[in-house]
Write a protein that binds this ligand. Structure first.
Ligand SMILES: Nc1ncnc2c1ncn2[C@@H]1O[C@H](COP(=O)(O)OP(=O)(O)OP(=O)(O)O)[C@@H](O)[C@H]1O
Ligand SMILES: [Mg+2]
Length: 226
């Protein structure tokens, strides 16, 4: 079983006025390739902070993150930017689709930003929307889609540029159980068939049963791993 992403002694301290918030304390973890890893823990335990660091959106105060054995922390901003664009996909909790664009245009626009050529954009956007089960909803705008469908458009957009690792922050929080399970079954397909690595946060015990690995955070520390 190969490790794709490794956190070594991660600390993250936020300075708020005169006080310091020690949001992550000596985090060590190994994310396995083509597996579904979940982070759980109370509000404020550090889940989002950790994903932002693993996904190169934020830097730790100390410690290192290795992607395929290479640091993504101690490198130039230009290189970090390239990693974010090519290797990482983010699905945020508040979906953040562009409201006056169709599902297809939302996914295609993401590829345009990533610099993918025109004909390939069309092919990949359609392929990814079909993959998330929205082949018949491509021309719908976000307000013409259910919450679960919107979340799946966001997932299609996150996978369209073929990232290595996808981070999803509470992707099922605003969905009912059935829609949440649909998103999770899509994640299982993506890890098993497409060999994508997925890291997500959740509060929902129903979802945790579907994980390959679950890390529990408390006050910025990993207190359980299974
Ligand atoms: N930019 C910031 N500046 C200062 N403190 C921050 C910042 N971001 C997060 N924190 C603090 O760090 C801690 C961890 O926050 P984080 O957002 O990672 O928690 P979380 O586990 O994602 O919570 P939730 O389940 O509510 O999303 C919290 O105490 C929070 O107040
Ligand atoms: Mg959070």
């Amino acid at each position: 079983m190969s490790v794709i992403l490794q956190a070594n002694g991660i600390n993250r301290i936020f300075q708020v006025g005169k006080t310091q918030v020690h949001a992550l304390k000596d985090i060590n973890m190994s994310i396995r390739e083509a597996k579904l890893t979940m982070l759980r823990g109370r509000s404020g335990s550090g889940k989002t902070t950790l994903m932002n660091i693993l996904g190169a959106l934020d830097k730790p105060t100390s410690g290192d993150v290795l992607l395929r054995d290479k640091s993504i922390v101690n490198i130039s901003e230009a290189k970090r930017d390239k990693i974010r664009r090519n290797e990482i996909g983010f699905v945020f909790q508040s979906v953040a689709l562009i409201s006056n664009m169709s599902a297809y245009e939302n996914v295609e626009f993401g590829l345009r930003v990533a610099g993918v050529s025109g004909s390939e954009r069309r092919e990949r956007a359609e392929e990814c929307l079909r993959l998330v089960g929205l082949g018949k909803r491509m021309t719908h705008r976000p307000h013409e889609l259910s919450g679960g469908e919107q979340q799946r458009v966001a997932i299609a957009r996150a996978i369209a540029h073929k990232p290595t690792v996808i981070f999803a922050d509470e992707p099922t929080a605003e969905l009912d159980t059935l829609m949440g399970l649909q998103v999770l079954s899509l994640f299982r397909t993506l890890t098993e068939d497409k060999k994508l690595t997925i890291v997500m946060t959740t509060h929902d015990p129903n979802m945790m049963e579907l994980a390959d690995h679950v890390y529990t955070l408390e006050d910025g520390e990993i207190i359980d791993e299974r």
